[in-house]
Ligand binder design. Structure first.
Ligand SMILES: Cc1ncc(COP(=O)(O)O)c(C=O)c1O
Length: 389
């Protein structure tokens, strides 16, 4: 019998380097070491109790079947009302397609707007899975060089130069993973105007929306109805494992997106959807706001500590829960440095190579997803590590 082979696209996907860090961290913990985890892009909170309780009730009441493909009408309505209340933007519920996480939304977006052979521009560094969603549809990501001096912002002046007849669109994220940088309204306006004149689509991944500490927390939907926007319950609502997100599409794309949602997922998880309806009540939003303030306090501790250590933060860390740090003053290889730091001082970080190509060996990402005390301990351990090198 012929030997069975994996599809070639599987070979094109590089495993995350942080997995090696994580695997070693687990071994160290199994042997009793106290590892401080600053590598994981996941809040250290769980869903607010009222939301969890709503999920339990949904199970008890047997609300566990498929929902309509684009999501529960009451959830779509709640999201629509939230856009109006918090971001003063009118988004009709019909334009909101509920998906299994932002991941599901990204796959739907690639399937909806990108043809095989197309290219999509995105900044280097950015969220690594974007590239692979494009691979699934036979397309390709083109990582655009950015400059650390400009906070890794993709230069819109140079956009036309990167655009080719194969380019389908531009994918941005604000706040950004891995840098925490927040794009300004003026930037999104200019990006939209340029992308439109080049005949492409613009996607803004707003999965860290709400987690903004400096600058304007706005939605790209307030700039134009024809911009595609992705969001999720994973980060602001701390519901990573509930696997629930959404995409907002323009009116003209609703029918196509609905067909894809039906075929790709049938529906997003029903229990999660019933729980998520509760997330937009004032008490839950107040708790999420308190958490945002907690994250902001941690961010300040981390930024102060890094400054004292002389480690440059290379992008304005104004949002999400990440800080992107230049370690090239102490190492030529961030991945090896991360592994040595873990081995010696039991602090886990994510190497820059997981997010980009250009100069990635210079950078590491810190996630401030542990409390201030632990962050201070981590900084003290890093200081000791640097000093004894
Ligand atoms: C920028 C960005 N987009 C999308 C995702 C996927 O999130 P999820 O599928 O949990 O909603 C992540 C996860 O870390 C992310 O950082």
């Amino acid at each position: 019998m012929e030997k069975q082979k994996l599809a070639t696209r599987v070979g094109q996907i590089a495993p995350f380097q942080v997995m090696a860090v994580l695997a070693r961290a687990k071994q160290l913990e199994a042997q009793g070491d106290d590892v401080i985890h600053l590598e994981i892009g996941e809040p250290d909170f769980v869903a607010v109790d009222a939301v969890g309780d709503a999920g339990v009730s949904a199970i008890q009441e047997g609300k566990t079947g498929y929902t309509s493909a684009t999501g529960l009408p009451e959830l779509k309505k709640a999201i629509s009302e939230d856009y109006l209340r918090r971001y003063q933007v009118d988004v009709s519920p019909e334009r909101i397609i509920i998906t299994p996480g932002a991941s599901g939304a990204l796959l739907l977006m690639a399937s909806l707007m990108v043809n095989a052979g197309d290219e999509v521009l995105m900044p280097d560094p950015c969220y690594p899975c974007n590239r692979h969603f494009l691979t699934q549809v036979g397309a390709m990501a083109t990582l655009v060089d950015t400059d650390a001096k400009n906070g890794f912002e993709l230069s819109l002046q140079k956009l036309a130069g990167y655009w080719s007849e194969k380019t389908s669109g531009l994918w941005l994220a604000s706040p950004s993973n891995p840098t925490g940088a927040v794009l300004s309204r003026a930037y999104i306006e200019e990006a939209w105007q340029k992308v439109r004149s080049l005949g492409g689509h613009l996607l803004v991944d707003e999965i860290y929306q709400g987690l903004v500490y400096e600058g304007e927390d706005f939605s790209a939907l307030s700039v134009a109805d024809d911009i595609f926007v992705i969001n999720s319950f994973s980060k602001y609502f701390a519901m990573t494992g509930w696997r629930l997100g959404w995409i907002v599409v323009p009116e003209w794309a609703i029918e196509g997106a609905t067909k894809l949602a039906q075929n790709l997922f049938i529906s997003a998880p029903s229990v999660s959807q019933y729980a998520a309806v509760r997330a937009f009540n004032a008490d839950v939003l107040a708790e999420c706001e308190a958490r945002r303030q907690t994250l902001n306090a941690r961010r300040r501790v981390l930024l102060d500590g890094l400054r004292e250590l002389g480690l440059p933060v290379v992008a304005p860390a104004h949002g999400a829960f990440y800080v992107y740090v230049d370690v090239s003053g102490i190492t030529q290889d961030a991945m090896t440095w991360c592994l040595a730091l873990l081995e010696q001082e039991k602090v886990a970080l994510t190497p820059g190579a997981d997010f980009g190509v250009k100069d990635a060996h210079k950078y590491v990402r810190f996630a401030y997803t542990c409390d201030e005390e632990r962050l201070k301990q981590a900084l003290a351990r890093i200081e000791r590590f640097i000093e004894c090198k």
